[in-house]
Design a binder for this molecule. Sequence first.
Ligand SMILES: [Zn+2]
Length: 303
Amino acid sequence: MVKGTYRFPLIPGHEFAGEVAEVGREAEGVKVGDSAAVIPLIPCKKCLYCRIGEYALCDDYDYLGSRTDGAFAEYVVAPAENLILLPEGVSFEMGALTEPGAVALHAIRQGGGIEAGSKVAVFGAGTIGLLVAQWAKILGAARVFVVDVVEKKLEVASELGFSDLINASETDPVDEIINGTGGLGVDLSVEAAGSKVALEGCIRAVRKLGRVVLAGNIETEVVLPQKTVSTILRHQLTLSGTWNSLFTSFPVDEWRTVLHFMQTGALKVGALITHRCTLEKAPDVFEMMYNRREFFNKVVFTP
Ligand SMILES: [Zn+2]
């Protein structure tokens, strides 16, 4: 999580794509020169959850860029089966964003999916939030409200074609959403900000029988007001957690679905990238990010 890598010292980098430089003797399905995105999680394949294909829930996993060396290096070693080949027209830069794209799709699926004509609210317009919002649109949502407190993030949302933008530092997003849905509330809200205020907003912005997905990492204690908890009960809401993405190709191949929609141009990641730099610049860039000296979303390093 944000505090650093699980093991230290270690080379970070878990969202990446690249060219296959060398192939192990027993590796299947890839050859030198192939372009691929890489699933960072290496499951134990022994635990109960691995045995049912829920690798993201593995009890004893390895993880490129957090538990073992990752991609902020010239070369990275990964199991062949973790490679997802990039289709025509999907660049390395786009491929590197397959992971957050899959995390966003998984979040919506954890929330019960989206029906054509649904109304959705996304609290938090960072990378995951804006990918969730794009999936909502791709999957047929009629309205997608995007909420944040940072105007720059809402500008990126606007660039991506969203028009129901709410700056929560200027107006009450719940009022806006309730008014904007004829007093009903949205069908699904996604908490992608990692904040108590956003979580409460998500709960209050959904209609009765609505669904809330908790996708943001919350780093503070959260105490919900009695009234909000009562709303969960009385409105019979469903709150779901989401973690990582699905690493198996069934029932939905989340990673290849991301790549497919990147290829068609429906899932746009270019606007989410604020910085492009070489690896040599990495220390300066991390310092900038740590001290929040500039507005940033995704930073992409290239050799
Ligand atoms: Zn396992």
